[in-house]
Structure formats: structure tokens, C-alpha cells
Design a protein around this ligand. Structure first.
Ligand code: 4AD
Ligand code: MG
Length: 432
């Protein structure tokens, strides 16, 4: 039996006899030549079965292979610049594991509804393969950046007794007779962890009962959230631009073939280097007034079309800082020069992708936070531990959250976040 190897390692095995184990993606029948497009999970390769070079049984089996049949191929790979992936396998032997019954996702075009209902199978396609390999590399780049820049990974809970980002999007569950909520953000715990460890981050799934059906909203999404003691709004924007630039440049270097599969225009990503432009909310409102939204009211939240217009003025992601205090969560620190606005900032991605980061400087002031909890109708008992942080050595501190799915959608230039996560959870969508 030849050595089993994987398509992703093919370059090291040119000229040697090897065995691949995987599935038939597609086939072209040219009589005495059978061209198999074969995949093993790590990549795709063209395999050629020539009648004269295999046993009659093996050739017959090759002719009968259906899409997604499982099969072992033994043969010799050679470099073939014209073949997708750069290699071609000359098949010597072939062993069928199972002939697949009519596979529902054929090479013809299918509607998104159908593909979403078959998400468990759709994951096998080259496009989903490229997107999810980019996702995995983004996650590794994120971890590398924080690990290499002095942040300690400190995990935060999924089941929580209280809200972080307002009470309207909470998923409630019964926790032995008392209500508990799926976390909307690890931030409040991050703040405690930052007081214990200085610079921390958490990375995990977060949940929002979003009733909105948009191309950017999931009910379950992954977020990385750094938080650090003695941090300010300006520190946050500096960290954010360094971090995001590192992630983008890493993907350009490490996932070039996948970006090519997705036909991604790279020039806009190559631009993503520090520093990023930084404008205030009030300046952003002025941009809206002169670019098609003369009636936009100071104090209103930006919708997707507004974010697109603002980001179109810049070649890089842009920070919008100092939003109206009333628009943002209870914990935001006030701007000492103008308490109508708070020390918050969002990062808007180019090309119409909108907000990918939200964050800011947190209030370090016990009396102010007590007032804010009451003002936002949040039950003080559930936040006593959080208030403790302002009693025992309170310091200025800052942090932010980057949404993984919106980042993947932007880097892959996808129309919708549903393809950025293996099993998307959305309004009216929990199967498969
Ligand atoms: O702006 P958000 O709500 O900020 C927070 O949760 C802060 N507590 C984070 C922090 O400071 N530690 O969410 C942060 C990011 C957004 O910019 C967006 O990228 C993503 O999380 N996000 C969503 N992604 C997909 N679907 C949703 N429903 C999302 N809601 C937020
Ligand atoms: Mg936000």
C-alpha cells in the first residue's frame, strides 16, 4: 500500500506513488480517459484514469463513480501548471468505499434557500472551503496578535445573570428556576479580568436575539474582546488599527489561493495599514449632510446606508468616535469636555461592510455608573460585582469587540454573513 498523504502536501510528493482518500467532486468522461475532480478535505486535485494504465475492474469502477462517492486513489502526482491547484494525479489503482446516491447539490446553480437547507453538504464546495479556511486563519491571526502583544486569554462565561449590551436582545433560559441569559459580550467580566491581569482578551460565541433580517446580523456570532487597565479611547484606536492591519496583511500572505478562488480584489485590502482615519460622530454627521442625507439628525444611530457613505470617503477602515451618550451602552465614559458624547468608537470597514468593531473607554466612576444602571432600568443587584471594580482601585480602562463573521464577510467580499460561519443562526433559521 502506498503512503497516504493529503492534497495540501502534494508539492512534497511529486513523482512518488501515493494514496489519497476522499470523495469525487466532479467527473468528465472522455471515453478511455476519465478526468476526476477529487477532494480530500484539504484541497482539490485533478486525477486522470487512463484505461491502458489501470485494471479493467478499476477502470469500470471509475466510470461508475457518482458525485460525492467516497474513494481511495493510488497514483503518482506530477506538477501541472494548467490544472487547478497545480498538480495532476496519474491514477494506478482505485478503491470505491461507497457509491453515493444522487447527491442533491449538483454542479448546476441552486438558490441560496436550498443551499442553506443543505448547509451540512454545501460545506463540501470549493467556495465554502475557501471561506472557512480564511475564517480559521483569521482566528489564528487574532490569537497570535493578542498573545504576542502581552494580552492574556481569560475566558468569560456564556451563561450570565445580566445584560451587557441592553435588554432588548437577550436570549433568556431557565437556570434552575431563575432566569439566566446567553452572553451578549464578555466585556463586563473582561473589565474584572483586566483589573486582575492588566491586559486580557476573551474569544467565544456571543448571542443576540436580533429580530432584524439583514446581511450583517446573526443571532449567534463569535467575538474577540480585548480589555486593558489604564487604557484610554486613543489607546484603543491605536491598538485597533495595528491589530486589524495585522490580520488583513496575514490573510493576504497566507490565504492567497483562497482569495483567488473567491475572485477577491486585493488592492483594497493591501491599503489596510496603520494609521486609520479617525473622525468624530459630529464630523460623520456633517459628511452625511453633504452626501445625500441633508436631514440626518444629530443623535440618531447610523444605519447601513449611512455607514457606507461615511466609509466611502476613505480608502481605509475609519474610526468614528465620540457618539452621543444616549445612543450607547450604560458603561461608556463621558467625554470630560462635552458630556453629551461618550468616549466610544466604532470601526467602519470599507466597501460597504459597516461596523466591524465597537468599543471605547469605560466609566471608572462609581456614582456615575450607579446613576446609569438606574437610568437604563438595569437591576443593581445583578451588577454589584461590577460596581466593586469601581470601589477597589478603579482606574481608567478601555477595550473593544471585533465581530468575526463581519470581518470574514469583508475580507472575502461576501454579500451576506450567512456563509462566514459553518452553521449560521439567524431569525427563523436554526436547521441544520
Ligand atoms: O458593538 P457591539 O455590540 O459591542 C459590544 O458588544 C462591546 N461590549 C464589545 C466590547 O467593547 N468588548 O458588538 C461588537 C461587534 C460589532 O462591531 C460587530 O462586528 C459584532 O460585534 N456584532 C455582530 N455580528 C454579527 N451579528 C450580530 N448580531 C452582531 N452584533 C454585533
Ligand atoms: Mg456596536
Amino acid at each position: 500500500m502506498a503512503e497516504r498523504i493529503f492534497i495540501q502536501d502534494m508539492a512534497r510528493h511529486v513523482g512518488a506513488e501515493i494514496t489519497l482518500q476522499g470523495w469525487l467532486a466532479d467527473k468528465t468522461d472522455k471515453g478511455r480517459l476519465q478526468f476526476l475532480r477529487f477532494r480530500d478535505g484539504t484541497g482539490f486535485i485533478q486525477a486522470v484514469v487512463f484505461q491502458k494504465e489501470v485494471s479493467p475492474e478499476a477502470f469500470d469502477a471509475a466510470k461508475k463513480l457518482t458525485q460525492e462517492s467516497s474513494v481511495r486513489l493510488t497514483g503518482v502526482p506530477r506538477a501541472e501548471p494548467r490544472a487547478p491547484g497545480g498538480f495532476e494525479l496519474s491514477v494506478k489503482d482505485l478503491q470505491v468505499v461507497q457509491i453515493a446516491n444522487e447527491y442533491p447539490i449538483t454542479p448546476k446553480d441552486h438558490g441560496v434557500e436550498f443551499l442553506m437547507a443543505n448547509r451540512h453538504l454545501w460545506l463540501r464546495s470549493p467556495r465554502q472551503h475557501a471561506i472557512l479556511r480564511i475564517r480559521a486563519r483569521i482566528i489564528k491571526a487574532i490569537r497570535d496578535w493578542f498573545d504576542n502583544n502581552g494580552f492574556l486569554l481569560v475566558d468569560t462565561p456564556v451563561l450570565t445573570p445580566s445584560a451587557c449590551e441592553g435588554t432588548t436582545t437577550l436570549f433568556a433560559t431557565d437556570y434552575f428556576g431563575v432566569p439566566a441569559y446567553l452572553t451578549q459580550s464578555g466585556q463586563l467580566y473582561n473589565e474584572a479580568n483586566a483589573m486582575a491581569f492588566g491586559k486580557v482578551y476573551c474569544f467565544g460565541p456571543t448571542f443576540r436575539a436580533e429580530k432584524s433580517k439583514t446581511r450583517r446580523h446573526l443571532t449567534e456570532f463569535w467575538m474577540v474582546e480585548p480589555e486593558w487597565a489604564y487604557g484610554t479611547l486613543d489607546d484603543y484606536m491605536r491598538v485597533g488599527e495595528e491589530f486589524v492591519s495585522y490580520v488583513v496583511q496575514t490573510i493576504l500572505q497566507e490565504r492567497a489561493p483562497e482569495l483567488q478562488t473567491l475572485e477577491r480584489d486585493l488592492t483594497k485590502l493591501q491599503n489596510v495599514t496603520p494609521p486609520f482615519p479617525k473622525i468624530s460622530y459630529s464630523e460623520a454627521v456633517e459628511i452625511l449632510h453633504t452626501h445625500g442625507y441633508p436631514d440626518f439628525q444629530w443623535g440618531d444611530d447610523f444605519g447601513a446606508p449611512h455607514e457606507t457613505v461615511i466609509s466611502e470617503q476613505f480608502a481605509k477602515p475609519v474610526f468614528v468616535h465620540r457618539y452621543p451618550t444616549a445612543m450607547k451602552a450604560f458603561y461608556m465614559a463621558l467625554d470630560p469636555h462635552d458630556p453629551k458624547v461618550c468616549l466610544s468608537a466604532d470601526l467602519l470597514a470599507p466597501e460597504g461592510y459597516g461596523e466591524i468593531i465597537g468599543g471605547g473607554e469605560r466609566s471608572a466612576d462609581l456614582a456615575y455608573l450607579e446613576k446609569q444602571l438606574a437610568h437604563h432600568n438595569l437591576p443593581r443587584e445583578a451588577y454589584e460585582w461590577y460596581l466593586d471594580l469601581r470601589k477597589y482601585g478603579t482606574v481608567p480602562h478601555a477595550g473593544f469587540g471585533l465581530g468575526i463573521e463581519r470581518t470574514v464577510a469583508w475580507l472575502c467580499k461576501l454579500d451576506h454573513v450567512r456563509e462566514t460561519i459553518p452553521y449560521p443562526r439567524m431569525l427563523e433559521k436554526i436547521y441544520p
